[in-house]
Every structure is written in C-alpha cells, then in structure tokens.
Design a protein around this ligand. Structure first.
Ligand code: HEC
Length: 502
C-alpha cells in the first residue's frame, strides 16, 4: 500500500468533468500517508529541495548582472554587491549583496543538507530493497551538487576563486591516465585562464542543471511512489503507513526547510558573500586553498604518506572507492535489518567514515585558521581600467616536441609551430639540425635556427626552390625533389628569415 489513492478526488462527485489539478493535489498531498513515528530527520530531503529551488532563483537573478569574462567578471560581482539596490518603504536595501549572499551560503547549506540526508538514509537502512534505485540516484545527485560547488567557485574571479580552482584542477590532474587530459578539458588549456571561466560558467548554468533536473525529478517521483520507509521495518515486511502526510509531516518538512532558509538568510544578511582581490597570477603572500568541503581531501594531500607517487591514492583511489562503495551499497549490504542497532558492521563503518570526513575537514579548517589574518583585499580597478587578468595561453594539442621531456618548448605562436612541424615532415631535419637535434644522414647541413648572414624570406623561398642556383656545389635537394608545396615553402622561408641572425 503506497498510501496514495490515485482516484481519490479525480472525478468531481456528481459525474462532472475531472479536475486534474485537484486529483494531483489529492494524490501528492491530501490523501497521502506516511508511517507512524516519522520525525524531523525524515524532512531533510524536502529542506534540501527547497534550498535548491532558492539556489535556482537566486542564480537566475545573479545571471542578470554577471559577465563570464576575465575582464568583467570581478567587476560585475562588485557591481552586484555595491550597486544593485532598491528602496522599500523608505529603506534602502542592498538587494544584490543579499541575493549573492543567499546564493553563497545556500551553496554551503546544499552540501550540508545533502550530507545529512545521505547519513539519515544510510543509518536508517532506507537504501535497501525496494529503494536501491532511489539511493543510486541520490548518490549521483550528490556528485552533481559537488560539481555545482566546484564550478560556481571560479565565477567571482577573485584570488580565492582562481586559486581554489587551480588547486582543484591540480588534484584532477593527478588522477592516473585520464587526469591530465580531463584537467585540460575542464581548463580549456594547459593553464587556468579565460577559457576556464567560460567552461565553468557553461557547466554551472547549462550542463549541470541539465543533469540535475532529470535526476532530481526521478528521485522525487520514486520517493512519492515508494513513500517513507517505516522506522526499523525489516526488508520484506509490509510497510504500514498509518499517519496522515498532511498536515503533520508537511508541517515538519516546512519547519526544517524554514530553519535552513532562516540560517542561510541570516548569514547572507549579516555577512554577505566574501570577495577578495581580483584574480592574479602573482601569488605574493597568498596561500591557495580549496573550498571548505574539499578541505578534508586537501588536508589528506598534506600528509607525508600521500606525497610523490602516492598522491593519486588520495586524489583518485580513495574518492573513487568511496563513490563506488556508496553506489553499490544496496547490493553489498543485503541484510534484512534496517535499524542501525541491528547492523553493527554497517553502523561501525559508517560512523568511522563520517568521523574521518568530519575530522579531516575540521583539521583543514584548523590549519587554515592558524594562518595570520590576511589584510583586506585592496581595491583594484577592474575592467576597462588598469586590471590585467591572468593570461591564458592558446590551447594547442601537445606536439611531439613538447611531449618529449627536456626538449625546449615549441614556440607559442601557431605559425611558428606549423613551420617547425613542416621542417620535420619535409625531411629537412634528415640533413639539418633543429635546436641541435636531427641530421640523421650526417650530411652536415647547418642548424636551421639562427642561420648566419640572414637573408629575407623571399631569398630563402627562392633558395629552397632551387638551391643549386645559389650554390652550384650544394648537396641539397630542390623543392620539387622534396615535394614541397609552395605554401609550405613560403611558411618555411618566413620562419627561416625570422629566426636567422641579422
Ligand atoms: C639531403 C640533405 C638536405 C636536405 C634534405 C635539406 N638540406 Fe638544406 N642544406 C644541405 C646542405 C649540405 C647544405 C649546405 C651546407 C653548407 O653549405 O655548409 C644546406 C644548406 C641549407 C641552407 C643554408 C643556405 C644559406 O646559405 O644560408 C638552408 C637555409 C637550408 N639548407 C634549408 C633547408 C630546408 C628548409 C630544407 C627542407 C625543406 C632543407 N634544407 C633540406 C642539405 C640538405
């Protein structure tokens, strides 16, 4: 018995037309039943849902003023904090500051509530049959929420945003095999810069919501279908739902949601959202650290044992194992007992895991707290004024030259890189050296970089067409012999002239 009576109010008594809205309300609210004895702990999910809805609304409002570009992101955030105001009944209200504060503290509340909701579900054994899929969806949703936190963090483009994301990307890059490529993909290049901001913004406002909405929708639908697990009920025992959902449990849910929103609203009103100096690659005294819910992981990395070759134990193996264990939990633990006291092993492991996470996070807080108080961020003019955002190198796939360790870096500009690639492809380096490498045939042609008595590009183009015309005895093939296309010959000639000694 699911507690929902589908047709309880579907038709209108005296054979009138059905009222779909009324039917829906009856099914989802008025006729619904919950097990007797459910308390406030079973209202955490609803509170999380309500805070997430507020995040959506405040996020949409912020997007009205925010500019996702390194030149303007910081200024647009400062504009939201200081200029977006409204007067209500003679009082001036810093609406922008309040909305950004709500979004900032709301993000923290989302992680806390999701964590508590997960703990409640774990310790009450509510992940067991028939709610395995519900649990798996929940774990996936937790991952999506962490993604929201990580991607949102960069958007204010202040020092904290920039360096916390840099720390995060470094952690991503330590994952064996896929890590470096994944970090490059997220950053949009080998270094954090303008493309990273674009990607984090796109993930935060388009891609993650597109994942969140269907996952959360399915999660809610299953909650409605299966109802709340009766406290302590064994798997397979009939789930008796004898207490009305409305108003008792609805009131509990609204109270918990109101309490969460109250705390978020209070912090937003009192503290606003933090904003440090605008992002810069000049670190100075600044100590990079991640956002608070990655502090535990960050603290783990500081342990001697996890350094060097073992860093990926902490960055990939441990989080991966925890994620996999959580996802597979309903199949790993097939016991029929739900109550925590009847499941000593699961309960002990759970308590140890929570103690580990909370302990590491608290330790991380403690360490960062010990730092000398940093001075307030200086007011730096941003935008069309003096501020120069951190440079972002163009993204080029790594070439053979960069892949081989120790060889000098390939020039940053694409034309040069292309010309150097042509020197290799056309066989020039069979007889010549390039940066000291090549000349496999031992023909002894000169080093192509820094040629003596430098000529102009037109001269080199003509020389390459027919070297014998210039040096009758030369043992160097013509462009036709080398099957060198004109465009490539000109590109090489330009490069030779640009790199020749004057
Ligand atoms: C079969 C061997 C061979 C190949 C292939 C070859 N070269 Fe040469 N190149 C030579 C030799 C030998 C010289 C003359 C060295 C000397 O005179 O001391 C030379 C000379 C040159 C010079 C010097 C001209 C000057 O007077 O400053 C340039 C420039 C040059 N090569 C460019 C190229 C480029 C570009 C390619 C590829 C498209 C190429 N070479 C392919 C053998 C080769």
């Amino acid at each position: 018995m699911s507690g929902a009576s589908a047709d309880g109010g579907g038709g209108d008594g005296a054979g009138g037309t059905p009222r779909p809205l009324r039917a829906l309300l009856v099914e989802w609210v008025f006729a619904k039943q919950v097990p007797a004895g459910v308390g406030f702990l079973r209202a955490l999910g609803t509170a999380l849902f309500v805070v997430l809805l507020t995040q959506a609304v405040t996020g949409m409002l912020l997007a009205l003023c925010y500019v996702p570009s390194p030149d303007h992101a910081y200024n647009s955030v400062r504009f939201i904090d200081h200029e977006v105001k409204s007067t209500l009944g003679g009082h001036e209200i810093a609406v922008g500051r309040l909305v950004r504060g709500l979004h900032h503290w709301g993000a923290g509340a989302v992680i806390v509530l999701a964590f508590l909701h997960l703990l409640r579900t774990f310790f009450t054994g509510a992940y067991k049959r028939p709610r395995a899929l519900l649990w798996v969806l929940g774990v996936a949703l937790f991952g999506v929420l962490l993604g929201f936190g990580f991607t949102g963090y960069l958007l204010p483009w202040d020092m904290k945003a920039f360096w916390a994301t840099d720390v995060g990307m470094t952690i991503v890059a330590t994952v064996p095999e896929v890590g470096p490529a994944l970090a490059d993909l997220l950053r949009g290049g080998p270094e954090l810069g303008a493309p990273t901001l674009t990607r984090m913004f796109a993930l935060h406002v388009l891609i993650l919501p597109a994942l969140l909405i269907p996952l959360a929708g399915l999660h809610l639908l299953l909650v409605h279908r299966l109802g709340i697990t009766p406290p302590g009920a064994r798997v397979g025992a009939p789930e008796v739902k004898g207490a009305p959902f409305f108003p008792d449990h609805v009131v509990r849910e609204l109270l918990v949601a109101a309490a969460a929103l109250g705390v978020v609203g209070f912090l937003a009103w009192k503290l606003g959202a933090p904003l440090e100096a605008p992002a810069s690659r000049e670190l100075g005294e600044y100590e990079p650290r991640p956002e608070w819910y990655f502090l535990g992981l960050f603290q783990l990395l500081k342990l001697e044992w996890f350094q060097g070759d073992r860093v990926w134990y902490a960055t990939a193996l441990l989080p991966g194992a925890v994620g996999a264990l959580l996802l597979l939990l309903p199949w790993l633990d097939r016991g029929k007992e739900r109550s925590a006291s009847q499941r000593p092993i699961a309960t002990t492991l759970g308590v140890l895991a929570v103690a580990g996470v909370v302990g590491m996070t608290a330790w991380g807080f403690w360490e960062t707290k010990d730092d000398p108080k940093r001075p307030p961020p200086p007011y730096v003019p941003v935008g069309d004024l003096a501020y120069v955002p951190p440079s972002s190198p163009p993204f080029a796939p790594p070439t053979d030259a960069t892949a081989g360790g120790g060889t000098p870096a390939v020039p940053a500009d694409p034309a040069s890189a292309r010309a150097e690639a042509l020197l290799a492809e056309s066989g020039c380096v069979d007889c010549h050296t390039l940066r000291g490498e090549g000349d496999s045939s031992g023909a002894g042609g000169p080093e192509l970089r820094g040629l003596a008595d430098g000529h102009d590009a037109a001269w080199y183009a003509a020389f390459l067409l027919n070297p014998k015309q210039f040096k009758p005895d030369i043992d160097m093939p013509s462009a036709a012999d080398l099957e060198l296309a004109d465009a490539d010959r000109f590109a090489i000639a330009e490069w030779l002239a640009a790199n020749a000694r004057k």
